[in-house]
Design a protein around this ligand. Sequence first.
Ligand code: C2G
Length: 131
Amino acid sequence: MKRVITFGTFDVFHVGHINILERAANHGDYLIVGISSDELNFSKKNRYPIYSQEDRIKIISSMKFVDEVFVEESLELKLDYIKMYNANVLVMGDDWSGKFDWVKPACEVIYLPRTPSISTTEIIEVVKMTR
Ligand code: C2G
């Protein structure tokens, strides 16, 4: 059985998120998703996500092609998570291209093209502008 792992914040959930999860699932038999904690997000982006960690976990867990979720507390722990969840493949969007090649001795790494023209940041900007 091939186990796939992927990571993300999945804030203000949109079709780009669904597309990557669906394609990640198609690379194996079992999909594990590491969801960035609110604190990890704050440290990366200097703001908290719009949707709480709890809600983001609930949304991702409810998807039919997601088998298991956990909270990602640190970017540096990627290799530990890969080992902990016995993942054979790491799938990420190509905005992360090359960034996680250092885990390659432990598992295959695949970067998939992002869905064009949609992002959480853009949605937030549009909502701000139209209020
Ligand atoms: N994504 C995509 N197409 C979009 C938007 C996002 O394919 N239009 C993908 C990203 O490439 C990523 C996943 O959806 O693989 C989640 O995106 P984010 O929530 O923006 O994740 P990020 O904040 O980049 O966190 O350890 C890595 C981090 O946790 C990733």
